[in-house]
Design a protein around this ligand. Sequence first.
Ligand SMILES: CC(=O)N[C@H]1[C@@H](OP(=O)(O)OP(=O)(O)OC[C@H]2O[C@@H](n3ccc(=O)[nH]c3=O)[C@H](O)[C@@H]2O)O[C@H](CO)[C@@H](O)[C@@H]1O[C@H](C)C(=O)N[C@@H](C)C(=O)N[C@H](CCC(=O)O)C(=O)O
Ligand SMILES: Nc1ncnc2c1ncn2[C@@H]1O[C@H](COP(=O)(O)OP(=O)(O)OP(=O)(O)O)[C@@H](O)[C@H]1O
Ligand SMILES: N[C@H](CCC[C@H](N)C(=O)O)C(=O)O
Ligand SMILES: [Mg+2]
Length: 491
Amino acid sequence: MYLSDLLNNKQLSQQNNPLIKGLKLDSRHVQAGDLFFALAGTKIHGEHYIADAIARGAVAILKEAPLSRLEILATETPCLSIPHLSQHLGEIVARFYKHPAKTMRVTGVTGTNGKTSVSHFIAQLLSQQQPAGLIGTLGYGCYGNLENIHYTTPDALRLQAIFAELRDKNVHDVVMEVSSHALVQGRVNTIPFKTAVFTNLSRDHLDYHQTMEEYAEAKRLLFQWEGLETAVINIDDPMGRNFLARLPSEVRCITYGLETDNIMNKPMISATILNRDLRGCTLEITTPTGQYQVAVPIFGQFNISNILATIGVLLSYNIAIENILPSLSTITPVAGRMEYFSNAHSPTVIVDYAHTPDALQKVLLTLRTHCKGQLYCVFGCGGNRDRGKRPLMGEIVQAIADQMIITDDNPRHEESNVIIKDILRGCNPNAPVQPTIIPNREQAIHYAIQQAIPNDIVLIAGKGHEDYQEIGSEYLPFSDRALVQEILSGQ
Ligand SMILES: CC(=O)N[C@H]1[C@@H](OP(=O)(O)OP(=O)(O)OC[C@H]2O[C@@H](n3ccc(=O)[nH]c3=O)[C@H](O)[C@@H]2O)O[C@H](CO)[C@@H](O)[C@@H]1O[C@H](C)C(=O)N[C@@H](C)C(=O)N[C@H](CCC(=O)O)C(=O)O
Ligand SMILES: Nc1ncnc2c1ncn2[C@@H]1O[C@H](COP(=O)(O)OP(=O)(O)OP(=O)(O)O)[C@@H](O)[C@H]1O
Ligand SMILES: N[C@H](CCC[C@H](N)C(=O)O)C(=O)O
Ligand SMILES: [Mg+2]
């Protein structure tokens, strides 16, 4: 595609109008014929890499800048300065791929916790009718066949390329996780969300957003989306109620929640738990068309909330509740989310991705109600992420668990002992439960499972599905799930 077509700008003179073969955000990936986007960046301006990009064969540069002007570099490679370029990236890249998402039915799921779970449940149910695309923390592709991306919401270039790939596979339905980083950075701009889900808001990512208000406003961008038809909102969450009150009048709202006592805020979709154990529960689900009983093989109170969000989305697409209910009884849990491991001689081991104070508290409180013996918790906190959540997580585990083992969880470029010290700041040295510190995660998991006896529950929190330990810039192979299976099979 020529630069003039890419920018929809017929004014470019012929010598400034190269043929663009590919698009790149990172100069290190540039190949001959590519266009390089020099974005402002959070750490450094991409303009510092323009020379590098040109040396690697870039034929055009688009640079984020406050002023719109045409720059001709000494190399004669055209370089256009575009104000707020990152916000226009989606539109430019969509043009390059011929608007792949335009005719698709796209569902966006946002919230601090539950995005992966809800989007998986939705894609699983939709895929019973026709192939459904999925984009999120566990990867992208058709449901059941995902490729890893290492992001929750990929950058605009990758995202449009994924949509193009899904279009080529004749996928019409796409469900995607929309992170707050993505909303602020414009990664999802031009994606035509039809239904958007809000699960909840609690502390996370304050390294990036600075304040909870800023974090909430980032999430709310999805509920002011141009063309959005339906918002599916959890009104158990105070921020959900806030979003509901500020929803544009043309957006239809489907509310859901488990707390049905508040007459002022009665959700349209709710559930009563009739019975439950560590493998699943029986629910009475109330919807605008009546009450229905269903057994779901899903565990954890918050997962029931995730099921209600899923029902909300399917109802927004006019799928009858009678067609939704049978699928719920065969719904499969998401890998590394409240995943259950046990054998006749072992304690029950649960691997879960709780990596925020709110998720950790909810998981521990749920497990507490099922635990006849001692409740163990092996956890850590990620490096180069929100430091403020570390003491909160320490405090929560000390208050609820009987045994706390603090370990590494992706230290990245931070020292393991600095992260652990931050967690310990939340722990009371006089409390009955005192932390055991075993930085090596493999040893920590061995220790907990060996100490525990059959009536105990061992929660291994924070890494869920991850199959690596991120130390420095390296991804070393490591999986909580594989290790637990290995330990239990040897017992
Ligand atoms: C904080 C954040 O979101 N950063 C993202 C951002 O990078 P940045 O603006 O910080 O980049 P920078 O280092 O300042 O560099 C500026 C520019 O120079 C370019 N560059 C840099 C070096 C070089 O040699 N050549 C070059 O061209 C970079 O590609 C970049 O475009 O833009 C980059 C390109 O799109 C992203 O890869 C990068 O994600 C980083 C790696 C990241 O860790 N992001 C995480 C926090 C994230 O996005 N997480 C969310 C939410 C997680 C969740 O809740 O589940 C997600 O959606 O995954
Ligand atoms: N509705 C919910 N409310 C609170 N906690 C939840 C909810 N659903 C899941 N969780 C907890 O959060 C963890 C992560 O769940 P999930 O992966 O679905 O969230 P996510 O929003 O996709 O997370 P991430 O931002 O890291 O991608 C789960 O392992 C569980 O502990
Ligand atoms: N998407 C989240 C996942 C965190 C998972 C946890 N294992 C960690 O590394 O902190 C993030 O990047 O903040
Ligand atoms: Mg996720």
